[in-house]
Write a protein that binds this ligand. Sequence first.
Ligand code: SF4
Ligand code: SF4
Length: 445
Amino acid sequence: MIKRSFKGGVHPLSRTHEGKQLTRNKAAVVFEPEYVCIPMNLHLGAPSEPCVKKGDIVKERQVIANPVGFLGLPIHASVSGEVTEVSEKQQLGPKKVMCITIKNDHLHTLEEPMEDIGTCETADPKKIVERIKAAGICGMGGAAFPLHVKLTIQDEKYADTIILNGAECETHLTSDFRTMLERSDDIVAGLRAIMRAMNCKHGIIAIEDNKPEAIEAMKKAAAGKEGITVRQLKTKYPQGSEKQLITVVTGREVPRGKLPIDCHVIVTNVATAAAVKSAVEDCRPLVRRVTTVTGKVKCPMNLLVPIGTNVHDLIEYCGGYDGEAAKLIAGGMMTGPAAPTDNFSITKAMGGIVVLDAKEAVAFEEGPCIRCARCVSVCPIGLNPAKMKQYCDANDMEGAKRNNVMDCIVCGCCSFTCPANRYLTASFKNMKDRITLASRLGGKK
Ligand code: SF4
Ligand code: SF4
């Protein structure tokens, strides 16, 4: 089989030691917390509006918050029990966010299932999209973009290919890998439902070649399913980045400033497809996910957890920290934000928690650029990070824009490879945030 790849990119760790070996053979274990604290900003867009109050008794899968705005999604109780708090709490990110805390009664009292709409092969296409929204499904690979919005295509645009991202190109994380092994039939069924919703003939499941077991499992599940193929990709970061994936898999380039749908492709994650199957056929909303807890914990694991589970509880369940933890990353090492504490909740898009010790987390001092151009050679977008950094350092928004900082996908490849330890990616993220804010404020800088 031809292994496909893209220009640029890096290998964050060596092939034999990429952190995944800590958990790749560990099947997801069910974890039941005493409390969940469910943030209202589980997805991109406006936070949902709580519709329960302190003292209410809720059932598992009951709607506890209503969608707000175009990107809005409902949020469901991930356990049954008593609402003990509806209040703002610090999660990841600079601002506090409204959260609903539920004391788990461990009874698993279930809300009535949603209406039966048929199977992934028979459901009405419109009802599939409505169900995906009602089930609160957003991209589970990290972006948390509401899936029903991706599937609601305007004008005369159309999709002819759905790509399921099973690359999981970040180091350490194996939650998608385990989902592909443990729910391969569900992933294929979910993909068929998305294809049906979009009247789309081709579905491609793209997986890096460091996951041969997943490739085999998905091929087996896809055998005989019309229009579905499994593609093997070279192991390279950021193979799972949306635009890179589209180019590698279809040969199409997403034009600058455009979306995947502009080249007739929709990309979503394998775990998201499994959630679609559960929503359509089993009439269940998205209330649990598999997440990897790994790195410097005593017993790294994959865990199937209710959304809103506290990370500290998960680390305790994994035997606690193995030595002194110096850094905790929510998500993968290349793109995940560093968390100041372990007191935050697992979200729908959080595929893992990586704990680093002082040796791994060492912060290097930024040196002057030696013009080696390594950053240019690894940038998967074809940008000139060294030049962009000059404009960022000079606080020159217009110059940074002219040098395409807004096209930066904040993948971290340039920072990873820079021998002078230039703070490249952090500068670009900061500049992008500032430009976005300035444009929201009507051009004020
Ligand atoms: S962080 Fe941005 S500039 Fe750096 S390699 Fe990635 S896309 Fe290119
Ligand atoms: S890799 Fe670092 S040192 Fe080399 S050109 Fe880029 S910014 Fe300069």
